[in-house]
Write a protein that binds this ligand. Structure first.
Ligand SMILES: N[C@@H](CCC[C@H](N)C(=O)O)C(=O)O
Length: 291
């Protein structure tokens, strides 16, 4: 394989660049991540997925946000990564395990189109509602319906971890400008020591939910797999939905299933955008300037 080869794919408009630890000639540090993810000075992406080895699973994955921070888990990231290892013959089976910082997940290539993985299911693990494990600084056992005040706005928040931390706000109507304005304030709210991903969610009916997303370390995105799992978990806990629900986002939709023990399964499409080589000039600029 060529040195510094990358592929770029998206899950419902949530885009990721995939790199292989054994195949890059530079250190994937904060400077490099920021520049590669920048749309003007790099390729542009909602994050980077780095293939690493694993002793405990078929393969390992590290997930980076465009601000250089590392995430424990990513739903779209996992489906994109599984498509990559399947399409490029790195793993030659339809059922595989992937080790992330947020735990080991089991994935299943559900639909293959022209020899390439198209629809993928991932068992994302359990929804965790315990405040300190999310983590939050709340002393209460769980953060459900807690009120926060942000300058001129009050929100009732509900928190959950699906491997990474989420803050779900139930709304009667969804406003993109509002999440763009308050997303960053909620992400960085002082009660969230590791920051948090934010969702505004509206129930359409017991099987359909509409969601807007503000991602930790990435900002406003068109879709998010772990956010979909988080929203479904909170809504299920409140008895607002059935155990199988379609999460509708700007970029597309995902099917989320939650069993009685809070195990979450996510199913959705992934599409490749392009593949290429990071140029020597880009690597020189990372070295010299960062972003
Ligand atoms: N887009 C992702 C979530 C990526 C990680 C997130 N920004 C975090 O910091 O936890 C998804 O599809 O789940």
């Amino acid at each position: 394989m060529n040195r510094n080869r990358f592929i770029k794919s998206h899950g419902l408009g949530n885009e990721y660049i995939v790199l292989d630890e054994d195949n890059i000639t530079f250190e994937l540090n904060e400077k490099a991540i920021k520049r590669i993810c920048n749309v003007n000075f790099g390729i542009g992406s909602d994050g980077i997925l780095l293939k690493v080895s694993s002793k405990n699973a078929d393969i390992g994955l590290r997930i980076y946000n465009p601000d250089g921070s590392e995430a424990e888990k990513s739903g779209n990231g996992l489906r994109i990564f599984c498509k990559y290892v399947f399409d490029y013959g790195i793993i030659n089976k339809k059922e595989l395990t992937v080790e992330t910082k947020g735990g080991i997940v089991k994935a299943n290539i559900k639909e293959i189109k022209k020899g390439k993985a198209n629809v993928i299911t991932v068992d994302m693990g359990k929804a965790i509602f315990k405040s300190e494990l999310i983590p939050t600084k709340y002393e209460k056992e769980e953060v459900q319906g807690e009120v926060i005040l942000l300058e001129d706005k009050e929100y009732k928040i509900n928190c959950v971890s699906v491997g990474n931390p989420h803050c779900v706000i139930l709304k009667e109507s969804l406003d993109i400008d509002e999440i763009k304005k308050y997303g960053t304030k909620i992400e960085n709210y002082h009660m969230f020591p590791n920051r948090i991903n934010v969702q505004f969610a509206k129930v359409i009916n017991r099987r359909e939910v509409e969601v807007l997303i503000w991602e930790r370390g990435a900002g406003f995105t068109l879709a998010s797999g772990s956010s979909s799992c988080a929203v479904a978990s909170i809504m299920r806990k409140k008895g607002l939905i059935e155990n199988e629900v379609t999460i509708k986002m700007i970029g597309g939709q995902l099917k989320i299933e939650i069993d009685d023990n809070w195990n979450i399964r996510m199913t959705g499409e992934v599409r490749q955008i392009c593949e290429g080589i990071l140029s020597d000039e880009l690597l020189e600029d990372i070295e010299m300037y960062g972003l």
